[in-house]
Design a binder for this molecule. Sequence first.
Ligand code: SF4
Length: 390
Amino acid sequence: MSDDLAIAELDAPPLSLDAHRAIYGSLPPRPPLATAEHIVGRGGAGFPLARKLAAVASQRGPRVVVANGAESEPGARKDKALLTHAPHLVLDGLGLATRLLEAREAIVAVEDATAADVLERAIRERSDAVRVALLDRSYLTGQETALLAALEGRPALPRFQLARVAERGYKSRPTLVANVETLAQWALAARFGTSWHQSAGTRGHDRSTRIVSIALPGSTPTVVELAPGATVRSLLDAVGVTTGLALVGGLFGELISVADERAMARVLVDRADSSDELALGAGSVLLAPSATCVVCATSELVGYLSEERAGQCGPCDRGLPELARALGAGARPAELATVARLIARRGACALPDAAAHLATAITPADAAGHQRRRCHERPFALESREPSRG
Ligand code: SF4
């Protein structure tokens, strides 16, 4: 295995509080905000944690902190792996946020019953005032505003944001929503210092390790911890994939061919700043080693997004099925671009943008190949989750 990555010990039992402290040592009670400065969000959007904390801190009123562990990308398992193996690291990060923001309420939101059980036990060990919310599974639940709606007992639907969540979030209170891996990273940086946290790499803002799940159709995802500088090739080598297609960064990411050496050489990062980098988004990679057709693969992905749409915004509700239909019918790139323009940036959430991005990446050569072969593959074998449609 390359030095760039390590297979995470998913099946290891959860670390008890004593074992956690023996490994990581104790946590400073009030580390400065500066310790969060280089930490980039690991939930998908890649937003800097320090800016989120500062935005909530600037608001008056009872504040709330929410650890988002509701990962909903198909094949995603890295948050579950972290929560079930190192729950105290996440709770440490949540505790730091609670103290720094003097929050009245702290919540961990998950969609997985095992993760919820492990967290409940971990919270009892440390007597923290943290609520674990086990939410219904849906693709949109992990979206920030949908998550808050679900926590308030309403359907998990994204909302158009007149005010930011930092100003009016959970029950209209100033709210920090941070991915569980982001909080765990902060717990490490607060203990060992920013220099230590950033010492794993030298590249721009991506200098710390990163947890990623890689899923082959029909099998349990493998969870890997990547060192900064790891390439797509080194990641795929870890699971022995040498053919087909890979969706890197989940449904908001990019579909690339494993045969494309240039794509394979791209460096995996939180936020891509150049063409030799590829963003990991929510930390999920879906593989389709048997895939031969980019159009069929894209059609399956867009069809999945269409099934998972919430049905509350007109352009998305009507446009996504139309885009999926056009892909299935082998439409030319120009026609796909026309439909994509009608839906992109016109919803309460970014789901239609993701579909438009995938559909418009199809090249004339991809379309011509699909026309020639008249193929109908579903290489990712995605199963629709419970749609959020209200
Ligand atoms: S954009 Fe689509 S998926 Fe997002 S909230 Fe609106 S209808 Fe739902």
